[in-house]
Design a protein around this ligand. Structure first.
Ligand code: CMC
Length: 436
């Protein structure tokens, strides 16, 4: 963190002396005003619910320029990573800071593959869930339960434990997500096959059965791998901040990642892909393209409570670059499966066109986000709607771990402890119950 030449001066209209606050520069992006000494010097807190103007940490992992619609992992544009790298190379990049060379890639892949199997006992834990439970409830439970199964990697302050828990989480997430799916379907679990790619293995664990060989379709394998790359990290979003805050207490990595999974589930975050597809299916069932205008009127009516899911983003005030890549992937997958005329894809394109030309969306800078097309791709691959957020969690796990490990290694790291503006009752005395 480099101190800038200028400083910020905070003055008060009531005669309280003004104070100077240091300003720091990052490598790119907005400068930050360091307010850490503000309370000590003035007895005041800052107020920023929703973190609209607050950098909660320093980080060297992911950079987003929301106005340009740019996303960089460790400096590399998402478009290049999606075109030239696979998901495990991206994991290496996020975890260790750079893309692997040939040898590093082979070593990393081998290490991940060696950990894909999960403790057999986890199956019995899984059986305690109702079969109609939402997969995200099950996945949250399974990830949290990992701390009960892998005792030799739960010390967050031990770099070796952090490394092995990182590899275990990346390796085992596909196995856990597919376990949750198979349990729901009442089908036998499929053990991982180490000769397959990360994404190919996941496809087989999801859709294979012991009755016959499963042939991985390379187009779907590549599409899924790309979904994983696009979702791998996204700087200090709600679930990542949850992981950091949870991990800041010194809890074990599995518990911190389970907190991230729980946060991701919400419809304003990772749950938006499920909500988006439900929206498209609902619209299709209620008149499709003919009713788009009526639906858009509801979206624009603040009292209706209806939002155009898959649209809008706290940071992107331009096209989310992931949405563009996802749209391309969508076309490839639909063409491979002979679904070029998929009505939901057509409906999504029609909605996007109307929204991009409509004043309501233009003025508020609302553009498609990653979730607008990801549901259509996943549905075409055969992934059921209620598994979408689980796929997101699988992909984001590496980002959560990279961010958690970065925080633990940061000399400025402290337990996260926000303060508040108290608006409740002042001190009062408890009266005897007969007098209340
Ligand atoms: N449909 C209709 N209006 C919207 C939408 C939308 N999808 N998104 C924002 N707006 C309006 C909102 O009503 C507000 O209008 P006004 O200024 O008149 O009150 C304005 O745009 C700003 O919205 P906001 O809710 O203050 O913005 P935010 O930064 O707090 O919320 C968001 C960001 C992503 C939660 C929101 O855009 C949203 O709910 N989108 C739909 C859900 C979604 O697609 N989420 C996925 C995000 S990307 C994946 C991920 O990171 O998890």
């Amino acid at each position: 963190m480099k101190q800038a030449d200028n400083k910020a001066t905070l003055s008060f209209s009531n005669g309280t002396p003004s104070i100077d606050l240091p300003v720091y520069q990052g490598s790119i992006g907005p400068d930050v005003i360091d307010i850490r000494k503000l309370y000590g010097q003035t007895g005041m807190f800052t107020y920023d619910p929703g973190f609209l103007s607050t950098a909660s940490c320093q980080s060297a992992i992911t950079y987003i320029d929301g106005d340009k619609g740019e996303l960089l992992y460790r400096g590399y544009p998402i478009e290049q990573l999606a075109a030239q790298c696979d998901f495990l190379e991206t994991c290496h990049l996020l975890l260790y800071g750079d893309l692997p060379n040939v040898q590093q890639k082979a070593d990393f892949n081998k290490r991940v593959i060696n950990h894909t199997m999960v403790n057999e006992q986890l199956q019995f834990f899984l059986r305690g869930f109702r079969r109609d439970a939402h997969p995200m409830a099950v996945i949250t439970g399974l990830v949290g339960a990992m701390s009960a199964f892998y005792h030799d990697s739960t010390d967050i302050n031990n770099p070796e434990h952090r490394e092995i828990s990182a590899i275990r989480l990346i390796a085992k997430m596909p196995t856990l997500v597919s376990l949750a799916y198979k349990y729901k379907m009442g089908q036998p679990y499929m053990y991982p096959r180490n000769e397959l790619s990360y994404s190919g293995n996941f496809l087989r664990m999801m859709f294979g059965t012991p009755c016959e060989d499963y042939q991985v379709n390379p187009v779907l394998e590549r599409a899924l791998d790309r979904i994983f790359i696009l979702h791998a990290d996204h700087e200090q979003n709600a679930s990542t901040s949850t992981v950091r805050l949870c991990g800041s207490s010194g809890t074990n990595p599995f518990a911190a990642i389970a907190a991230g999974v729980a946060c991701l589930w919400g419809p304003a975050h990772g749950g938006a892909n499920e909500a988006c597809l439900n929206m498209l299916e609902g619209l299709q069932a209620n008149g499709g393209a003919e009713k788009v205008g009526e639906f858009m009127n509801q979206v624009k009516d603040k009292n209706s409570g209806v939002r155009l899911m898959g649209f809008g983003h706290r940071v992107y005030k331009n096209y989310d670059p992931r949405a563009k890549l996802m749209q391309d992937t969508c076309k490839e997958v639909l063409a491979e499966l002979g679904l070029e005329k998929d009505p939901l894809f057509k409906l999504a394109m029609a909605l996007e066109k109307i929204a991009l030309e409509d004043d309501y969306f233009v003025q508020r800078k609302l553009y498609p986000n990653v979730d607008f097309y990801s549901g259509i791709v996943q549905r075409a691959i055969g992934i059921p709607v209620n598994m979408f957020t689980g796929i997101f969690a699988l992909a984001r796990t590496v980002g959560w771990i990279a961010q958690l490990n970065e925080m633990i290694g940061d000399p400025e790291y402290k337990i996260g402890r926000p303060r508040q503006l108290f608006t409740g009752s002042k001190r009062r005395e408890v009266s005897p119950i007969s007098q209340r």
